[in-house]
Design a protein around this ligand. Structure first.
Ligand SMILES: *Cc1c(COP(=O)(O)O)cnc(C)c1O
Length: 445
């Protein structure tokens, strides 16, 4: 702190700044990642290169052979060189690499790019873009690739906020939307075939549908979109990027709510898009510069921290969830358990074909709303709260909270939620303690 401050204080601040000086300053702050280009240029809109991964540059081709946990642990964007920050940056690090030259400065504005580099490595895309929430990321794609008299297809069930944005905002701008209920359509590909039009621009789905954990034919839908050259957009939030990388399966754009598994600690809100092509990334980047929907550096730093343990957390959470789902499936008071890792799940084969593990989201039905609420009240370890993907086990009753009238406004064209359904986000506690808590509470209903 003091070292940095002293260095800064010694600098004379010019009182009046002329245009050339201002331009030079702008360049030094906004210069693309060092080494990318030594050509001094006023950055115009088309020149925002994605970040580069320092670990990939160190390892070269060998980087791809590292395991995912090692990739996550080593990836970070190459820091800016020769940068004079305008205000005191937060050095959100407890140590620093000993540089050969002492002029290396890491500024806070790189935090975003840092996280984008790490997520893109994981997804195997062209580049990633961070947003200030998951919905900001999703709506950016809808706004960029749809317009009046265009059409999109959304597989459902889906997240209530997404549903409301599509029906309240996009339809107001003349976008037509077909919802295909995958819980009722025996053959999604057939339904897609019957729904596409010349004006269809996007096919959108969640890898694990909210709140009933329905899993569509992921590989088949992506293949279908490719065949008809329609942009495929995948919300993979519930699976986490550890368990599935849709771009590797042919998706055009993948979205995650970083508020969930990527952040992983229930303390930040963010969203990310990863695109398969640089062209689509550039379109979205340009749009983001004008909509101002970017993540704050501090939140980005929290995501960088969360990503360090993504593999550890999701691995344990996925194992816990499978154990809990099996316990619930064998319990006489539970009418139905919907977990993609169970063979009884209607989309199990689609999940198995595309996901490493099945993540931490379980839906289970205890028959009616009164029992569902009573069960929640009797829990001691598992917390009653919305959201998901954190270290603590959380449970909610979708009909009264996330999929109730507050969030699902207007005419509902997506599947109705069973009254006794509970949505459970399994945490990192010991599976035996989670099961004991459920067992106790189930005995009381
Ligand atoms: C939470 C969530 C979103 C929205 O993310 P925010 O970060 O809360 O805006 C979108 N899709 C899914 C599946 C989610 O769980």
């Amino acid at each position: 702190m003091s070292l940095w401050c002293n260095k800064w204080k010694k600098k004379k601040q010019p009182v009046a700044v002329n245009d050339n000086q201002r331009r030079r300053r702008y360049q030094s702050v906004r210069q693309p990642t060092a080494g990318h280009s030594s050509r001094p240029s006023l950055l115009i809109m088309g020149e925002w290169p994605p970040g580069r991964n320092a670990a990939r540059e160190t390892f070269g081709d060998e980087f791809s052979k590292l395991h995912v946990d090692t990739q996550l642990s080593t990836s970070h964007a190459i820091p800016l060189k020769n940068v004079d920050p305008v205000v005191t940056p937060i050095y959100h690090t407890s140590t620093r690499i000993m540089a050969k030259t002492s002029s290396t400065a890491v500024v806070e504005i790189r935090r975003r790019k840092n996280v984008e580099v790490i997520i893109n490595e994981l997804e195997g895309g062209a580049a990633s873009l961070l947003y200030n929430s998951g919905l900001a990321a999703l709506s950016a794609v809808f706004l960029e690739f749809l317009g009046s008299r265009t059409h999109m297809i959304a597989l459902c069930p889906l997240y209530s906020g997404t549903y409301s944005f599509l029906t309240e905002t996009m339809e107001r701008f003349g976008v037509e939307i077909t919802f295909i209920n995958i819980e009722e359509e025996p053959d999604v590909i057939d339904a897609l075939e019957n729904s596409i039009r010349d004006a269809t621009r996007i096919i959108f789905f969640e890898t694990i549908g909210n709140p009933s954990m329905a899993v569509p034919d992921i590989a088949g839908t992506l293949k279908f979109a490719k065949k008809y050259k329609i942009l495929s957009l995948v919300d993979a939030t519930f699976s986490s990027p550890y368990n599935i990388q849709p771009i590797k399966l042919g998706a055009d754009i993948v979205m995650h709510s970083c508020s969930k598994y990527i952040g992983g600690h229930t303390d930040t809100i963010g969203g990310v898009l990863t695109t398969a092509t640089k062209t689509n990334w550039e379109r979205l980047k340009k749009q983001q510069l004008t909509t101002g929907s970017a993540l704050s550096p501090f939140d980005a730093a929290l995501l960088a921290r969360g990503l360090k343990t993504l593999a550890l957390r999701v691995e344990k959470i996925s194992n816990n969830a499978l154990a809990v789902a099996k316990f619930l499936e064998g319990h006489k008071k539970v009418v139905r358990v919907i977990y993609p890792g169970l063979e009884s799940h209607p989309g199990h084969r689609f999940a198995k074909a595309t996901m490493k593990k099945f993540s931490g989201m379980i839906a289970f039905d205890v028959g009616d709303a009164d029992d569902a609420i009573k069960l929640i009240e009797n829990l001691r370890l598992i917390v009653h709260a919305v959201s998901l993907g954190g270290t603590e086990s959380l449970i909610e009753h979708p009909l009264s909270i996330s999929h109730g009238p507050q969030l699902m406004r207007g005419e509902i064209r997506v599947p109705h939620v069973a009254p006794g359904l509970l949505r459970f986000s399994v945490g990192v506690e010991d599976a035996k303690d989670i099961i004991a808590d459920l067992d106790r509470a189930l005995a009381q209903i």
